[in-house]
Design a protein around this ligand. Structure first.
Ligand code: HEC
Ligand code: HEC
Length: 291
């Protein structure tokens, strides 16, 4: 663990070439489409304080093993929000985890998944955010343990662990399956909670979506592959109902951090998109829960 952290800090001193996005200028954002993209990304859950917080004005405390994060204000306020950001700035934040000044974001902001969002989706989302009310709301600084509080250590983390390959549709699968794969692995960032992680927070890709004992707020997150302990005996309808109204096959309701995923994301999707997610989940390689 110590050696790994030393490596991370050493790597942090390497300079990284600036990123280029030749495709970014070609597209213009559609705010109405962007409002839907916001739902597919579940951004509201982290960027709005649960009770009485101004929409997307940040300040929500997110407790993790590494300390407490306070989500930033992503309204168009020029001083305390992201007013004045270009589309390129916004694309770079979501796909590379890099701020307009070149600082590296912590992966609590799930850009590790948003890296798979299309440029069009991101630009539409930006156009929608630009249309929301600018709210002046300075948020507290993160309260993190050493060495994570050194933001530079994230340069090393990103070099080693950030897979920012764009989403690649699988031509042997249906359009519906590909849409489901996109929503789950990209904007929906389901694996950020449902996949197991190692000690420095890196997702175990071989066991993706098979559940994680130490999820948000220290609570267990279930296996959503069709393997033992997972959702193998759920019908398509069972999955769709869980995503739409949060109801489980036994009549119970989903709780914990999934409540907000249903409220802010999956309940707001079209029926076709919920079915696409169910199609993708039922097609996954079955993995047994790791107890
Ligand atoms: C799981 C919680 C979570 C979700 C979901 C989330 N964010 Fe964030 N976001 C954060 C945190 C925490 C940070 C701060 C990261 C840091 O300081 O390194 C952040 C940072 C950002 C920033 C950088 C702001 C700045 O001032 O530099 C932007 C832009 C952003 N998020 C947009 C979004 C959008 C758009 C979505 C949905 C597609 C989203 N976020 C979803 C937690 C989240
Ligand atoms: C913020 C963390 C988080 C994210 C993101 C998340 N989930 Fe969940 N999910 C949970 C938790 C926690 C539970 C267990 C809820 C409970 O115990 O009532 C759960 C439960 C579920 C269940 C029910 C499984 C069972 O066996 O009861 C399904 C299905 C599910 N999630 C699908 C998804 C999908 C699809 C996505 C992406 C669109 C997603 N989740 C994103 C945290 C998350």
């Amino acid at each position: 663990m110590k050696n790994l952290l030393r490596t991370l800090l050493a790597l942090a001193s390497i300079t990284v070439a600036p990123f280029a996005y030749p495709d970014a200028h070609a597209q213009t954002g559609d705010p109405a489409r962007g409002e839907y993209v916001l739902a597919t990304g579940g951004c509201v859950a982290c960027h709005t304080v649960e009770k009485g917080g101004a929409f997307l004005a940040g300040g929500r405390e997110l407790k993790t093993d590494f300390g407490s994060f306070f989500s930033p204000n992503i309204t168009p306020d020029p001083e305390t929000g992201i007013g004045g950001w270009s589309d390129e700035d916004f694309i770079k934040a979501l796909r590379k985890g890099v701020s307009p000044t070149g600082a590296r974001y912590y992966p609590t902001f799930p850009y590790t998944s948003y890296a798979r969002m299309t440029v069009q989706d991101i630009v539409d989302l930006k156009a929608y955010l630009d249309s929301t009310p600018a709210v002046r709301n300075p948020v507290p600084a993160h309260d993190l343990a050493f060495p994570f509080k050194i933001r530079m250590s994230m340069i090393g983390w990103q070099l080693l662990f950030l897979d920012d390959a764009p989403f690649a549709p699988d031509p042997s699968q249906s359009a519906e399956w590909n849409r489901g794969a996109y929503l789950v692995t990209g904007p929906g960032h389901c694996g950020e909670c449902h996949s197991p992680r190692n000690i420095i927070g890196v997702v175990d890709a071989d066991r993706a979506l098979s559940g994680y004992k130490n999820g948000p707020e220290g609570k267990a997150v279930p296996n959503i592959t069709p393997g033992p302990g997972g959702i193998g005996d759920w019908s398509m309808d069972d999955i769709v109902s869980a995503l739409e109204i949060g109801m489980l096959p036994d009549g119970d309701f989903l709780g914990g951090s999934m409540t907000e995923v249903v409220d802010d994301n999956t309940s707001k999707l079209t029926p076709e998109d919920r079915e696409a997610i169910a199609t993708y989940l039922t097609s996954l390689k079955p993995i047994a829960s790791n107890e």
